[in-house]
Design a protein around this ligand. Structure first.
Ligand code: M5T
Ligand code: MG
Length: 577
């Protein structure tokens, strides 16, 4: 919790204002009972009307000061809290955006969402409370004590007894409630997780008839959260009446024993009334302080959850002094690259060396899981290599600025993601100021015009979340067009033609060849027909290069390639029968 205080720094001025105002508030409140006792003793008992009016006006002025100070303090306290929460959410968001794909798996998406919303709110609430109470409560406690003792020492044993009873009650309640408070946060997480999973996996759940199972799973998490919350509130609902009882008993005790003291002439009526008010102030401040101690552990559980996100070291770091690549032709060079995912035993790529030049098509083929996607993901630096180096335009990717590097790359990922919006907006992800003409020409090359022409709104047609209203092949072509519109130096097509029929595949590749003749092109594919005409084919086998060459060369030298070709030809022949 204390580690989060540093995020309050920009609001130091507001905080000082709040603290100063709560001090004013405390001083005024401590002074009021004193004035009141004088009114009673000198004014009412002594029969001095002028004194009553005079002192009454002073009291009125003090009350106005207290009200104004309280309002402003609350306002700025809340402002600080809200601004603090906004900054914190922004920090988490920016941090998460910089996460490598590996970091994501570490925390989990649903927990990340709870942490950015619910946990931040918890911390915000307590922060505001601390701000408004930090100075106020101790001042009221100590000031109240001093004033009460000054008024009548003989009655002060009542304070001791009342405080002791109060302490025991609050101690018991807090002791039982605290652990429950902490566990509530985890239970909210669980409800979110189940809800999120069943929302995103709704198709699978329906297909496998798992609705009942999911309902039960949700019910369990939900009932767990409800049960704990009810327990907490039951305990808390006992607290308020108990506190009221203690307060009222104290008042009775003061009046009872105070009356005897007045009777014996030791104190005056006003003194007793003032004493009573001071004791109330003392008890209120004890209550507020303990409330804070109840809230803080819950918030610090949240604070820890937030900090653990903020403290994840981004794996893919921006270089201190980014180097500019001299030329910008788009050459990609792998030198003895090995790579393994964090926590994995075996490397997924071993000793990869090759060069992809502009104006040429370099194809990568290999069975599923051979590491093709992992290989191309190293070029825009989604991950860092374990050994060796990846050069783009002759400079190690780790030494280039991430933004400059990624601007050179037009990636069509294997797992396509389109965003909700229009087709045009989706293409403008590739180039934010792309004109209609640019968008249309990219769609034409990607062989997407034919189906877009059938849409009523053309390029302004809506794309649903995740591109749900398009077929797999249509999505692939939109995703290709998005990379084309960017006109980058390096194109990466990760299995981007797999959902297209052979004819569209062939037409698309011949259109591409014309369009991107000056760029470096990497095509990942499973089909031999897709890669056959490439200038260079890389055959991957379990993370290692089994052969590099043209189709003709590989047919003579590379057994793995020959096997792939043979398996696909025979399949097609079988299909023809
Ligand atoms: C190669 C492992 C995966 C596989 C190997 C993306 C990814 C992969 N892997 C991880 O452990 N974590 C990851 O985030 O790496 O996977 P690939 O590079 O995706 O293989 P591919 O592209 O050749 O396969 P495919 O099916 O796309 O043709 O063992 O477990
Ligand atoms: Mg892949």
């Amino acid at each position: 919790m204390t580690k989060l205080f540093k995020f309050l720094k920009p609001y130091t001025r507001w905080i000082i204002l709040v603290l100063a105002l709560t001090m004013v508030q405390a001083f005024s409140q401590l002074y009021l009972p004193d004035l009141m006792s004088e009114i009673v003793d000198k004014g009412v008992v002594g029969g001095d009307i002028n004194f009553i009016i005079q002192t009454g006006l002073i009291m009125l002025a003090f009350s106005v000061v207290v009200s104004v100070a309280t309002i402003i303090a609350r306002l700025y306290g809340a402002k600080t809290g809200v601004a603090f929460a906004r900054d914190l959410r922004r920090r988490i968001f920016v941090k998460v955006e910089g996460f490598s794909l590996h970091d994501f798996d570490q925390v989990g998406t649903s927990s990340l969402i709870t942490r950015t919303t619910n946990d931040v709110t918890q911390v915000q609430n307590v922060m505001v409370m601390i701000l408004t109470m930090m100075i106020f409560a101790p001042m009221m406690l100590i000031g109240g004590l001093i004033m009460a003792l000054k008024t009548d020492i003989a009655l002060s044993w009542i304070i001791l007894v009342a405080a002791a009873v109060l302490g025991v009650v609050i101690g018991v309640v807090a002791g039982r409630g605290l652990p429950l408070f902490k566990s509530i946060q985890k239970k909210i997480d669980k409800v979110n997780l189940v809800l999120r999973e069943s929302l995103t996996g709704i198709r699978v759940i329906r297909a496998f008839n798992k609705e009942k199972f999911e309902e039960a799973r949700f019910e369990e998490a939900n009932a767990d959260l409800t049960g704990t919350s009810i327990k907490v509130f039951r305990i808390m609902s006992f607290m308020f009446p108990a506190l009221m009882l203690i307060m009222n008993m104290t008042t009775v005790a003061i009046v009872w024993f105070g009356a005897h003291r007045i009777d014996s002439g030791a104190i005056q009526v006003g003194d007793m009334m003032a004493f009573q008010q001071y004791v109330m102030q003392i008890m209120f401040s004890i209550m507020m302080a303990t409330m804070m101690f109840v809230m803080i552990p819950r918030a610090s559980a949240s604070a820890e959850r937030i900090l653990s996100v903020l403290n994840i070291e981004n794996e893919v770091l921006e270089p201190k002094k980014p180097l500019e690549a001299k030329g910008s032709c788009g050459c990609v060079t792998f030198n003895n690259v090995s790579f393994s995912y964090k926590g994995a035993e075996k490397p997924v790529l071993k000793n990869i060396s090759f060069e992809a030049k502009p104006g040429e098509i370099t194809a990568i083929i290999g069975s599923t899981g051979s590491g093709k996607t992992s290989l191309v993901n190293l070029i825009p630096r989604f991950y860092d290599v374990s050994e060796g180096e990846v050069l783009v335009d002759g400079v190690d990717v780790r030494e280039q600025g991430k933004e400059a590097l990624r601007a050179k790359v037009g990636l069509v990922p294997q797992k396509i993601s389109l965003f909700s919006g229009s087709i045009k907006e989706n293409l403008q992800y590739g180039k934010s100021d792309a004109t209609d003409a640019e968008v249309l020409s990219a769609l034409k090359t990607a062989q997407a015009s034919e189906f877009i022409d059938t849409l009523e709104d053309g390029i302004n047609a809506r794309v649903e979340q995740g591109g749900a209203n398009f077929s797999g092949g249509q999505k692939q072509r939109l995703s290709i067009a998005r990379a084309l519109v960017r006109k980058p130096e390096i194109y990466i097509f990760d299995d981007s033609f797999s959902a297209l029929d052979f004819k569209t595949d062939a037409k698309l590749r011949s259109a591409l060849r014309k369009e991107i003749d000056h760029a470096t092109v990497l095509i990942v594919a499973q089909r031999v027909s897709t890669v056959m005409n490439a200038d260079r084919i890389l055959v991957l086998d379990q993370g290692e290069i089994a052969g590099i060459g043209t189709h003709k060369e590989l047919m003579k030298t590379c057994d793995v390639y020959k096997e792939i070709v043979a398996s696909q030809l025979s399949e097609e022949e079988l299909g023809d029968e």
